[in-house]
Design a protein around this ligand. Structure first.
Ligand SMILES: [Zn+2]
Ligand SMILES: [Zn+2]
Length: 310
């Protein structure tokens, strides 16, 4: 029997979006997506408490919003989104901004691309293999699949965004396509470990490093499941290690962008442009940056935090 959140909220704390099972009198169970199994809320709570004091064996449960609710550490309504405590006074997105080049007030080609006419034409030439002068486009950066970390019902999940050219684009597309505000996280799905045999990095289960992570795609959401290395089938492909979503405060973002200036950092102009950095104050918007009076300034259009306001 499953118990709805409204009914059990009066008795024990329930995390938003979690369905509880009453199998044994006096105990509640639920499916933990992160640990890929059925757990009692008591075990979940105890793992969370141990993780928060630094027990490495349960480090997967550290900062878990569901564990925090079961341990009675937060109001379940506050834990619904990481941004719940921050006042959102602006919008994370403006529909006339190109998700690829970040320029503003442009005609946008919708149809799933959300890029400006200029970016659309460059992409078309690249697909055709020739530009308007009949030459092969050589400066076009090939499109790739990129991963973003998003929160779904208080649980860290991932989404793969196809056909992206830079690190801003997958995040900007996620925000543009979301019906409601989407919250991002910067967690990795497991420990990143070098595998000497395959000569590549792979993810290992934090709770059991003897297990390797596989990538599962379901209804547009990417999740990771752990399997014992010796039980891998020949067709099983271990998950590709990808960069975590970058989350910084506007102050840290300004420092970070300032350091990358001589390197291959994103182009920063006199106009505000979104960067590949999620604002850590609200977790729902990209940090915007501009160059002003010789400095780099950062701001968040959603929670209005600004690197120039102290
Ligand atoms: Zn563009
Ligand atoms: Zn913000």
């Amino acid at each position: 029997m499953s118990v709805s959140a409204e009914i059990c909220a009066a008795v024990e704390p329930c995390a938003v979006g979690v369905e509880y099972l009453q199998w044994v009198p006096g105990k509640r169970h639920f499916r933990c997506e992160k640990l890929c199994g059925i757990w009692s809320t008591a075990d979940c709570s105890s793992r969370y408490m141990r993780a928060m004091v630094g027990d490495e064996r349960v480090s997967a449960c550290r900062f878990c919003p569901i564990g925090a609710v079961h341990a009675g550490k937060v109001d379940p309504n506050q834990a619904a989104t990481p941004s719940a405590k921050v006042k959102i006074t602006g919008r994370p997105d403006n529909g006339s901004r190109c998700t690829r080049c970040g320029r503003f007030n442009l005609r946008i080609i919708h149809s799933g691309a959300e890029i400006c006419v200029s970016c659309w034409n460059r992409q078309r030439e690249w697909r055709l293999g020739r530009n308007s002068k009949g030459k092969a486009p050589i400066t076009f950066l090939p499109l790739q699949v990129r991963r973003v970390g998003i929160m779904l019902n208080g649980v860290p999940c991932y989404q793969m965004i196809a056909d992206t050219q830079n690190e801003v684009e997958p995040l900007a597309k996620c925000i543009r396509f979301a019906h409601d505000s989407v919250a991002f996280h910067d967690e990795q799905p497991g420990l990143t470990v070098w595998n000497e045999q395959t000569r590549s990095f792979e993810y290992r289960d934090r709770a059991n490093p003897g297990k390797v992570m596989l990538e599962l795609n379901q209804d547009g959401v990417t999740r990771y499941a752990s399997v014992a290395v010796d039980s891998l089938s020949p067709g099983d492909v271990t998950a590709v290690v990808r960069m975590p979503t970058l989350r910084l405060s506007v102050y840290a973002a300004a420092d970070w962008l300032g350091m990358g200036e001589e390197g291959d950092g994103a182009e920063i102009t006199n106009e505000w442009r979104p960067q590949a950095i999620v604002c850590s104050s609200c977790s729902i918007s990209l940090v915007q940056a501009r160059r002003f009076a010789g400095h780099i300034e950062c701001r968040c259009p959603a929670c209005k935090s600004s690197s120039t306001v102290h």
